[in-house]
Write a protein that binds this ligand. Structure first.
Ligand SMILES: Cc1cc2nc3c(=O)[nH]c(=O)nc-3n(C[C@H](O)[C@H](O)[C@H](O)COP(=O)(O)OP(=O)(O)OC[C@H]3O[C@@H](n4cnc5c(N)ncnc54)[C@H](O)[C@@H]3O)c2cc1C
Length: 343
């Protein structure tokens, strides 16, 4: 098992139940995966019970319907102890090679042999920045979601936030009262209705999976509903008129941004809330990527190497698999397939 965030723990839970001999190698010194590094005001987009891993519901957080990231870290720490998951930290896997019947897993401290490998390394380590003209010319600060903590250091500054997803909207809402904010999105911002949170999104994803499994018409899943969950701080900023998205600018200049019609906005900082890519460089020696650089999977199993499973990276490794509540099912299926393989 490579990675000891929520996806690694969910798989660990099922590996325990199958009585398989396994180890979880995690690059971080402490439990909690990416949740240890998010911005201070982040709130989950679902209540605790709807943010749970298999076997044990996340306890509610006192005074907060939508838990913060510290609460998630505490839950994941307690979860790995509760199920006595065998985790080694900090151990970074550098490469996985084929070695006959075995897979050789090389880490920064030692080498392991495994009959099967589950890669659950998340995306946090691979922030994505779009190729926008002028990025090198811009003289101010540029940072990605992964580097943003709180509005403190930006107070009173002109700031541009790029991105129309939940990260962009939440960070824009965080900054709006304290800065001269320009929020830009690639397409018009699509807020979900106030009563739609992660619960409804998960139910929509589940309904879609059932429809596809049974050959019914594709319900469209969550994409048809909108992009941004109106968590309380986002709703407050939006309702106060502070969250008005502008279209994407054409280029960055030395002191700000310029739109195609010549409009300009000065800025001391640009915060890119433009998503992530899967952190998979350790799998490169296996040559799993096909045309277009994509790793083909059947469920979580690599089509080109049946001993390797990819877990938690997004819908391509299981519907809603990159969420706390959604990773349980693909984790269970992956472990079942591994148990069959080893039988
Ligand atoms: C801003 C933001 C808000 C989100 N909000 C929600 C939400 O409200 N509800 C929800 O359910 N989901 C939410 N998500 C989605 C999702 O739950 C998180 O992205 C989650 O952290 C993914 O878990 P993971 O275990 O796949 O990856 P991670 O949490 O990133 O864990 C991967 C672990 O693998 C380790 N690792 C990486 N590479 C190696 C290597 N080579 N060797 C060994 N270890 C390695 C990492 O150090 C890390 O500990 C949010 C995501 C983001 C980015």
């Amino acid at each position: 098992m490579i990675g000891g965030g929520q996806a690694g723990l969910a798989a660990g839970y099922y590996l325990r139940r199958q009585n398989l001999d396994f180890v979880i190698l995690d690059a971080q010194p402490t439990p909690g995966g990416a949740w240890q590094h998010t911005w201070d005001s982040l709130r989950l987009f679902s209540p605790a019970a709807y943010s749970s891993l298999p076997g044990w519901l996340m306890p509610a957080q006192d005074g907060a319907e939508y838990p913060d990231s510290d609460h998630v870290v505490q839950y994941l720490s307690a979860y790995e102890q509760r199920y006595s998951l065998p985790i080694q930290r900090p151990v970074r896997v550098q490469a996985v090679h084929r070695a006959g019947e075995w897979l050789r897993v090389e880490t920064d401290t030692d080498v392991w042999s495994a009959r099967a490998v589950v890669s659950a390394t998340g995306t946090w380590r691979r922030p994505f920045l779009p190729g926008v003209p002028g990025r090198e010319a811009f003289g101010g600060r540029q940072l990605h979601t992964v580097q943003y903590r709180n509005p403190g250091e930006f107070t009173g500054q002109r700031v541009i936030v790029v991105g129309g997803g939940n990260s962009g909207a939440q960070i824009a809402a965080d900054l709006a009262p304290h800065t001269d904010l320009t929020w830009v999105t690639q397409r018009p911002a699509r807020f979900l209705a106030n009563d739609i949170d992660g619960r409804a999104l998960f139910d929509a994803a589940t309904a879609r999976r059932r429809a596809l499994d049974t050959g019914d018409t594709d319900t469209g899943g969550v994409a048809s509903l909108g992009d941004i969950v109106a968590v309380a701080p986002v709703r407050a900023a939006r309702d106060a008129g502070l969250l008005k998205a502008q279209p994407m600018f054409a280029r960055l200049t030395e002191d700000g941004a310029e739109w195609a019609d010549g409009t300009r906005a000065e800025a001391a900082a640009v915060i890119w809330c433009t998503g992530f890519r899967p952190a998979l460089s350790h799998l490169a020696p296996l040559g799993l990527r096909g045309d277009g650089g994509h790793i083909a999977t059947d469920g979580t199993r690599s089509v080109n190497e049946s001993r390797v499973h990819l877990l938690g990276y997004g819908d391509w490794t299981g519907p809603a698999s990159a969420t706390l509540i959604g990773v349980g099912r693909p984790a269970r299926d992956a472990v079942r397939e591994i148990a069959d393989l080893l039988a």
